[in-house]
Design a protein around this ligand. Structure first.
Ligand code: HEM
Length: 149
């Protein structure tokens, strides 16, 4: 990996602050969108409530989660450029972050199915998958703050 420019190293803490802010916004969406799906699944695939949920889900996903995810990734990769990759805790963190990103795209899939009135999943399924970002967040935060290995 090429040596990071000095200016980037000087801005390390600002980049980390930006990274954490982006992560907070992304996580807010990853926790809240499945909650909307729980109530949308109860409301059904048509009618006024369906229309309201459809717009809320689209705006949360498109305007907040997509932008926050890319900001978290770009700032995170810049931080890796500064601190390097040879940290076992970072490998575990990155595995959990890749799984979190896969979960993000699973939610995109459900946003589309609901938008097309084609959801077939019940509220129990969405309550269950809502636990996934919680478990991944615990792994990620312990790895990056405690750095156990
Ligand atoms: C999206 C891809 C991500 C990448 C590439 C990434 C990478 C990094 C790197 C390299 C650092 C600096 C660590 C250090 O200087 O010791 C960092 C800091 C941090 N990351 Fe991430 N991260 C990502 C996503 C996340 C997510 C999803 C969370 C939370 C759920 C998270 C939480 C944090 C926190 C809290 C810090 C600050 C730790 C400290 O104060 O030392 N990151 N991240």
């Amino acid at each position: 990996m090429p040596t990071p420019p000095e200016l980037l190293v000087d801005w390390y803490l600002w980049i980390k602050a930006f990274h954490v802010m982006a992560v907070i916004s992304w996580m807010a969406g990853l926790f809240y969108l499945p909650r909307l799906f729980v109530y949308h699944a109860q409301a059904g695939n048509s009618g006024e409530l369906h229309e309201t949920f459809r717009i809320m889900e689209f705006k949360l996903y498109r305007y907040i989660m997509v932008n926050a995810m890319w900001a978290a990734w770009i700032a995170g990769l810049l931080l890796i450029w500064i601190i390097g990759l040879s940290h076992p805790w970072l490998h575990v963190k990155l595995l959990a972050v890749v799984l979190m990103t896969a979960f993000h795209y699973l939610l995109r899939h459900h946003v589309r199915l609901f938008a097309e009135g084609r959801n077939r999943r019940d509220q129990k399924y969405f309550r269950m998958i809502n636990e996934i970002p919680t478990v991944l967040m615990i792994v990620i935060v312990v790895m990056v703050i405690v750095k156990p290995f």
